[in-house]
Design a protein around this ligand. Structure first.
Ligand code: FMN
Ligand code: 173
Length: 381
């Protein structure tokens, strides 16, 4: 990506199109704060409980410093990786984020266009504001995964997975940390629930199995059904076998923080792990993902890919996560702030900035490829 680097620094970053756009996630967040009402803004930016995990996701990154290597000829460096036989331009993905219409009316459709343009895979949420098939249409051949919220009616889960496979999604991400919703004080204060407002029902109202359960298909009935479906405390490792019967796609579990769970994921034949605390939105007081990563990477020992999200904001953050054992990272709120402020252009700009930051961070740390990144360039501070 040497050519992009030159261009970005000398031209793109100072040309008139990008000048008015924010250049950091903090700036995007500030602008989103101005545009969005309290309900949606707090829903997006907030965390659960006392927001301790939300904060520690960031401080964890500052507890590691990069010790850059010099004079390593980084002319021909690459950010490319291969994940489940798919070549990706960078080790960055868009995390599954539901109900994106609360940020921007075009929601996931705008995000999908930006992701496609940037060559960054998108993970579409079960509770997306547009049907997965519609989002797939926008993406054409561009890489996309489907995130599943296990339903307490497993035939609904099976139906969604089959629809995703038919619509060209190439992996299933089973989110396992949301067997019930986290305790969100900001939302209680604001009296705000996007799910209740029907912002996350597109995949349900279009689902034949879910609709067959209703006496009458109305928005109200669908929302009630979703609320019942999202609550599924019985989820356990044996459910993986059922999921495996429904699809030939790779299955990842999202929300792993304990090395023993990582070991179980491998044992139960899962194809990938996403180290995540849901961006500090579920179990407050939970360990930050960067702190959790090394022990998990050690247990997994390269048997399956390990991804990480929660708190990734800069190119240097990506370098640190990969150096500590992640194969790739995902971002959530950063792209949502971009979406809220400037729709597709905003998501595109957030991605462009992060990708260029990563390129510069790799070059200046003396790394020619993602495979070059390891703990030897990190120190605890
Ligand atoms: C508004 C919002 C909605 C989310 N919806 C989902 C979802 O539907 N499914 C899911 O697995 N994770 C969901 N997440 C969690 C993200 O996938 C991701 O784990 C988290 O945002 C990463 O942390 P970050 O925001 O600090 O980058 C959501 C996060 C936010 C902020
Ligand atoms: O807001 C969230 O983080 C989230 O993941 C979610 C889960 C279930 C329903 C709606 C949102």
């Amino acid at each position: 990506m040497a050519e992009t680097n030159k261009e970005s620094l000398l031209f793109t970053r100072v040309n008139k199109d990008t000048q008015s756009l924010p250049v950091s996630v903090e700036d995007w967040e500030r602008q989103a704060r101005e545009i969005l009402p309290d309900g949606p803004f707090d829903y997006i930016a907030g965390g659960s409980g006392a927001e301790e995990t939300l904060a520690s996701n960031r401080t964890a990154f500052s507890k590691w410093a990069i010790v850059p290597r010099m004079m390593r000829d980084v002319t021909n460096r690459t950010m490319g990786i291969t994940l489940f036989n798919q070549s990706l331009r960078t080790p960055i993905m868009l995390a599954p984020v539901g109900m994106q219409a609360i940020a921007h009316p075009e929601g996931e459709l705008a995000t999908a266009r930006a992701a496609k343009e940037a060559g960054v895979p998108l993970v579409v949420s079960t509770v997306s504001a547009h049907p997965m098939e519609r989002i797939a249409e926008v993406m054409g051949d561009a890489p996309r995964w489907f995130q599943l919220y296990w339903s307490n009616d497993r035939e609904v889960s099976a139906s969604m997975v089959k629809r995703a496979e038919a619509a060209g999604y190439s992996a299933i991400v089973l989110t396992v940390d949301t067997i019930m919703l986290g305790w969100k004080r900001r939302d209680f204060r604001n009296g705000y629930s996007p799910l209740r407002e029907g912002k996350g029902m597109a995949n349900y109202i279009t689902d034949p199995v879910l609709c067959s359960r209703l006496t009458e298909v109305t928005a109200e009935n669908v929302v009630e059904e979703i609320l019942k479906n999202i609550y599924h405390p019985a989820l356990n490792w044996n459910d993986i076998a059922f999921l495996r019967e429904q699809t030939s796609l790779p299955i990842l579990v999202k929300g792993i923080l304990h090395p023993d769970d990582a070991r179980l994921a491998v044992e139960y034949g899962v194809d990938g792990i996403i180290v995540s605390n849901h961006g500090g939105r579920q179990m407050d007081g939970a360990i930050s993902t960067l702190e959790a990563l090394p022990a998990i990477a050690k247990v997994v020992a390269g048997k399956i890919p390990v991804l990480l999200d929660s708190g990734v904001r800069t190119g240097a953050d990506v370098v640190k996560a990969i150096a500590l054992g992640a194969n790739a990272v995902m971002i959530g709120r950063p792209f949502l702030f971009g979406l809220a402020v400037a729709g597709e252009k905003g998501v595109a700009s957030v991605l462009d900035t992060l990708i260029h930051e990563l390129d510069v961070a790799m070059a200046l740390s003396g790394s020619n490829s993602v495979a070059d990144l390891n703990e030897s360039i990190l120190v605890r501070v």
